[in-house]
Design a protein around this ligand. Structure first.
Ligand code: ZN
Ligand code: FE
Length: 240
């Protein structure tokens, strides 16, 4: 594997991610929830440089560290145009583009629904995807800007990736998502999967990353019976 991922908690329920292309030593931060925590984590890795920030969407808990981290490291900030609403951005990326981190190619995919400009970054060679607030273990992002149809098609696009793809979502919401999943899925294997998630959270373990295969098997939003059923489930979860 050519890409190393360091995950660490930020704010109340975000994760920060630092990733390193082992071939060249180039380093990126995926989203910037908290400049201090990200710079401290960078220091702890000993990686000694930060080349890129990769923003997934404009929300402040994904962009508010951009300016401070750029000032501290001189990195280039890459993301969708919508980031400019709230934070500095050097290079706009859109669907189908590739961002190189050293020798690692990260494919940009538009995944509207949570926000209109949300993108994900995926290394097919490493089987790793940074999915921001599109999909979480047993959950998906709230529809702040997009329509149910947009989020449904974004989730279907994630489901079309190889099953082994590790999904790095940006929040720890798994326990609450598991409680909702249990309310709509009575299969014994769902109960067993939820029990495993509760146990991991009780031990203080992250439930990130999950995989495409696991979410296709258990995620109640991915498994909805279509766009209309997805819309009903998302609305039900909003008030669960
Ligand atoms: Zn968000
Ligand atoms: Fe977020």
């Amino acid at each position: 594997m050519a890409l190393t991922v360091e995950l660490f908690p930020c704010l109340s329920d975000n994760y920060g991610f630092l990733i390193r292309d082992e071939a060249t030593g180039q380093v990126a931060a995926v989203d910037t929830p908290e400049a201090g925590a990200i710079l401290a984590a960078l220091e702890a890795t000993g990686w000694g440089r930060l080349d890129l920030i990769l923003n997934t969407h404009w929300h402040p808990d994904h962009t508010q560290g951009n300016a401070e981290i750029k000032a501290a490291t001189g990195c280039e900030i890459v993301g969708p145009e919508e980031v400019r609403r709230v934070a500095p951005l050097d290079r706009v990326v859109a669907d189908g583009e590739v961002v190189m981190l050293g020798e690692t190619a990260l494919l940009v995919t538009a995944m509207p629904g949570h926000t209109l400009g949300h993108v994900t970054y995926r290394s097919g060679a490493d089987g790793i995807a940074f999915v921001g607030d599109v999909i979480f273990p047993l959950g998906c992002g709230r529809l702040f800007e997009g329509t149910p149809a947009q989020m449904w098609s974004s989730l279907q696009a994630v489901a079309a990736w190889p099953n082994v793809t590790r999904l790095y979502g940006a929040h720890e919401y798994a326990a609450s998502n598991a409680r909702f999943a249990l309310s709509v899925d009575e299969r014994p294997e769902m109960a067993a999967h939820a029990a495993e998630i509760f146990a991991r959270r009780e031990r203080g373990e992250a439930t990130i990353p999950t995989t495409v295969g696991v979410e296709k098997a258990f995620n109640p939003f991915v498994r909805a019976g279509g766009e209309a059923d997805f819309a009903l489930r998302r609305a039900a979860k909003d008030v669960f």
